[in-house]
Design a protein around this ligand. Structure first.
Ligand code: FAD
Ligand code: N01
Length: 543
């Protein structure tokens, strides 16, 4: 499949394959393995220097997963599962990266991956019915099918803070952390941002820094991870019947086996509130705390019960009541921004060398050459850490200049928000697939389960096209319009749209506001995808 184009001159390699996959994170790795198994020629193009995606880039201190690692694991090969054992409930970034590398080696994946290669543009060539790609290494590449496995949280947000770039000392981004690590010993350090990345890294940075100043715009809810050995409640059913456990995960709401509750917060007494909340809190897991009550994501009064109990926990740890107040989120319902899992986050604010700055009351005027200026104070720092998040879900996709049929670019088509059918494809862009794209459960779920579902669906779809003697597939406008409406309707019966979250695109200035993932659940969603296939690719045009 690797050919040399005589018209463009000697030595300039041209690559023509069945499938190009962008990204060598967990999505791209499994996609490549699947395509090979099905007999397709495939190439993965990856901007990073090695495999791992999220776990390659996010090397900041304290980085871990927030879904128990025994669940955050590939399930497509039982032998792979036997060959790997996680060392703790929430594995660290280095261990998860080693797992990605282990997978790459086990299936000999690296030989079909071009690292340090960024896809810049992709154009649908209608006459040839192929995608033509432009990459920053200059190589000419064409493929029949083009899969964006480019990640939902892979495009760090450019800091929208006045003066960013002026600071003369080292500035670090959690999502682009130096491979050699950073030693903050004895330094005055600023951390901007209190999302999951900030909340995980702040206690670690506090251990080294001589002074740590945390700049908080919005407090976030966080619960203690209770890390340690894998919980027996999770391990026992998995060990007893791996297949049944994985099946249950695939047909659960969020990709982790969990019995949905029928208990409503608004109709149950305070002692039930406390009992259920405390059990969820002690589990140190996100899904139980997000489902203490069946109605907590639907109604403000039910939600306020959970939020109030988290506030109590924060106040019990933080000694200074004024600081505790600042750390208690009140601007968004619990769960409408992704809650965090932490190890010692709130207690960090009891340390004498740690200070919290409330940016709502005292915004940053400017980053300066030596530090940060607030309205009433000038602060000097030796290092600044930006934990300011990502252009989530659409950022990596639209940063490639993708041009579909009739010159329509994806950036233009999605200017008012992404439009997809089943979060897998978008009309006018034949043979282009997105893994965990907008309009699918994606970031609201255990991503491993959602990644595997999409890879399997796409692989099966290509095999069916081949078997049916067809070459192209794309959704109809009508099916896409229906799905977009359904995604929006589902979000609108919940409290999610009330928050200024990255789920809503609200964290990136100028990004259209709209709920990006599909909130209907992994189970319902899988049913919808399966049904489209069973009804002869209902909602798709194939030719
Ligand atoms: P990524 O891992 O993001 O990989 C995409 C790859 O595509 C990247 O390596 C990127 O360099 C490459 N790429 C993008 N654009 C281009 C381009 N134009 N050209 C070439 N290459 C490109 N999810 C969970 O379910 N549980 C967790 O516990 C969890 N923890 C997380 C912790 C952190 C710190 C972060 C940031 C995310 C976490 N997530 C978690 C979400 C996580 O992103 C997914 O679980 C998963 O790793 C995504 O895999 P992926 O392969 O789809 O994307
Ligand atoms: O990013 P975020 P993240 N001035 O967007 C603040 C996953 N993840 O990297 O809320 C001042 O959540 C911003 O403030 P505000 C997980 O899915 C998982 O932390 O916009 N502050 C916010 O406090 C997660 O949700 C883990 O007001 C600014 C913070 O920066 C997702 O990735 C670990 C600002 C950004 O928080 C993203 O998490 C890490 C500005 N101009 C990530 N701009 C696990 O634990 C932004 N902020 C598994």
């Amino acid at each position: 499949t690797r050919t040399y184009d005589t018209t463009t001159g000697a030595g300039s390699a041209r690559l023509d394959v069945d499938v190009v996959v962008v990204g060598a994170g967990f999505s791209g790795l499994y996609m490549l393995h699947k395509l090979r198994q099905m007999g397709f020629s495939a190439r993965v193009l990856e901007a990073a220097g090695d495999v791992g995606g999220t776990w390659y880039w996010n090397r900041y201190p304290g980085a871990r997963c927030d879904i128990p690692t025994t669940d955050y694991t590939y399930s497509f090969d039982p032998e792979l599962e036997k060959a790997w054992t996680w060392s703790e409930k929430y594995a660290t970034q280095p261990e998860i990266l080693r797992y990605a590398q282990f997978v790459a080696e086990r299936y000999d994946l690296r030989r079909d991956i071009d690292f340090n290669t960024r896809v810049v543009a992709a154009r649908w060539d209608e006459a040839a019915a192929r995608w033509r790609l432009r990459v920053d290494t200059g190589q000419d590449i064409s493929c029949q099918f083009y899969v964006m496995a480019s990640g939902c949280l892979s495009s760090p947000k450019t800091p929208d803070i006045p003066g960013a770039g002026r600071f003369k000392g080292p500035a670090y981004f959690t999502g682009r952390w130096p491979h050699e690590g950073v030693d903050f010993t004895g330094q005055r350090v600023a951390v901007i941002g209190t999302g999951s990345s900030g909340i995980q890294s702040i206690p670690h940075i506090a251990k080294q820094a001589s002074q740590l100043t945390v700049f908080q715009r919005t407090p976030n809810f966080s619960i203690p991870a209770g890390n340690g050995p894998v919980r027996p409640e999770r391990l026992a059913p998995l060990q007893a019947d791996r297949e049944a456990y994985r099946h249950e995960a695939k047909w659960s709401r969020a990709g982790v086996p969990n019995e949905p509750t029928q208990i409503y917060g608004r109709y149950s007494p305070p002692e039930v509130h406390r009992e259920r909340f405390e059990a969820a809190w002690q589990s140190g897991e996100l899904i139980p705390i997000l489902s203490v009550f069946a109605d907590q994501i639907l109604f403000r009064d039910a939600n306020a019960i959970v939020a109030g109990l988290v506030h109590e926990k924060i106040r019990a740890v933080v000694e200074d009541p004024k600081i505790a107040d600042l750390l208690c989120p009140s601007d968004h319902p619990f769960g409408t921004k992704r809650p965090c899992l932490d190890t010692g986050y709130y207690a960090t604010f009891n340390l004498p060398h740690v200070r919290l700055v409330d940016l709502r009351r005292n915004p940053i005027q400017s980053i300066t050459e030596t530090g940060i200026d607030l309205a009433d104070e000038s602060m000097k720092f030796d290092a600044i850490v930006y934990a300011t998040g990502f252009d989530a879900m659409t950022g990596a996709i639209v940063s490639v200049d993708i041009e579909g049929r009739d010159g329509l670019t994806l950036k233009r088509k999605w200017a008012n928000g992404p439009r997809t059918y089943l979060g897998l494809m978008t009309a006018g862009f034949p043979n282009l697939f997105t893994i965990t794209g907008p309009g699918s459960p994606s970031v609201l779920s255990n991503m491993m389960v959602s990644i595997e579902q999409h890879v399997d669906w796409i692989g099966d779809c290509l095999a069916r096209l081949r078997a049916d003697g067809m070459t192209t597939i794309e959704p109809t406008e009508a099916a896409e319009a229906g799905w977009v409406q359904h995604v929006e309707d589902c979000a609108n019966i919940t409290l999610y749209p009330t928050a200024d979250s990255w789920y809503m695109g609200a964290n990136v200035p100028g990004k259209p506001r709209g709920f990006l993932p599909y909130v209907g659940g992994v189970d319902a969603y899988r049913g919808a995808c399966d049904e489209a296939v069973a009804r002869d690719y209902l909602g798709f045009k194939r030719s």
